[in-house]
Design a binder for this molecule. Structure first.
Ligand code: EAX
Length: 328
């Protein structure tokens, strides 16, 4: 199993484009993420570090902290707010309690393809969401992605909603996800990502759901025998900066960080997407049963979760949902 979780081949980190940016002052960024060092997110952060350090001519130093070592998604966001951490890039889902419209990204089966996700993140809706999150001590400067979520479990192969009956599934700390799994007949429990491996190992929960890259980089195959490619939710990562830190930066460096976040996001999405087939193969080689669903089987899940839309339409705004549908 150790071998199966060696970091798979990733596209090389691109050369840094753009001139050195001149501005006053020296700055240090501690950048924390929940996923581990072998994931695509960390690879994206290495590119971010390279851009920022080269283009600031070393006047901004970036230090990376993967694997939730400085706290899980929500703890890192609070650390930004209090100014003890400069940057983080959490999944949007745990932030729905602060930014209700982020629930858009939790609706099941809303983003049919990565191209639609890109159009939304890089277009007006993505900008609106960044503006919405640039408050409460946070400045939101870009999008990367966790990706399409897949179900893993230790109990049985899952090909239909009926297979989920009573299955204890860990979800992110997010009410829409709880609603999705209850509606599907499972028994969901919200939990921080940092506690998840141990909870799976000890059988506190039977299953969890995360993108292939995160399943692989967190070694969930060591404690889960079955995986189903459900693609049920698309999860972005949002790149956040502490407002306290941001307000001390010269405008030139603020722009440099925005550019670097944009370039990191494009590269990181490309890295994650290019690895999915290889990861599925590696997981299968490690002994995990990987189940791909037929379009009819996917439709059975879609039909069963459809009521979730009615429960969250008012909070999110029907117009926003329709705009995403129109992009498809
Ligand atoms: O930082 O909680 C999760 O399932 C996520 O993959 C986590 O947000 C990664």
């Amino acid at each position: 199993a150790l071998q199966a979780n060696a970091a798979p081949e990733m596209p090389p980190i691109p050369d840094v484009q753009g001139d050195v940016v001149q501005a006053d002052g020296d700055f240090k960024i501690k950048f924390s993420i929940g996923t581990t060092q072998s994931g695509a997110q960390y690879r994206g952060l290495e590119y971010f570090e390279k851009i920022v350090e080269q283009r600031s001519d070393g006047h901004i130093q970036v230090e990376l902290f993967p694997g939730a070592q400085l706290g899980d998604d929500l703890q890192a966001v609070s650390a930004l707010q209090s100014g003890t951490l400069e940057m983080t890039a959490p999944s949007t889902s745990p932030l729905v309690s602060m930014f209700p419209k982020f629930a858009l990204f939790d609706l099941p089966f809303l983003f049919p393809t990565p191209d639609v996700a890109d159009q939304v993140l890089d277009g007006d809706i993505g900008q609106q969401m960044l503006d919405e999150a640039s408050t409460n001590g946070l400045v939101a400067i870009g999008w990367a992605e966790n990706g399409y979520r897949q179900l893993t479990n230790s109990r049985q192969e899952v090909t239909a909603p009926e297979d989920l009956e009573g299955l204890k599934v860990r979800t992110m700390q997010n009410p829409i996800h709880l609603d999705i799994w209850r509606t599907l007949g499972a028994n969901p429990t919200p939990m921080s990502f940092a506690e998840l491996f141990t909870a799976l190992e000890q059988g506190v929960v039977d299953g969890q759901e995360n993108p292939w890259i995160t399943i692989q980089s967190s070694r969930f195959n060591e404690v889960q025998d079955y995986a189903t490619e459900t693609n049920h939710v698309y999860t972005p990562f949002i790149t956040l900066v502490s407002e306290r830190f941001w307000s001390r930066l010269p405008a030139e460096y603020q722009q440099l960080l925005r550019d670097a976040a944009q370039q990191m996001g494009e590269y990181e999405r490309h890295v994650g997407r290019s690895m999915n087939d290889q990861i599925k193969q590696d997981l299968a080689d490690s002994g995990m049963q990987i189940t791909e669903l037929t379009p009819e089987q996917v439709k059975a899940f879609q039909d069963k979760v459809a009521p979730v839309y009615d429960n969250w339409r008012d909070q999110i705004g029907g117009e926003l949902i329709d705009q995403v549908r129109a992009a498809s």
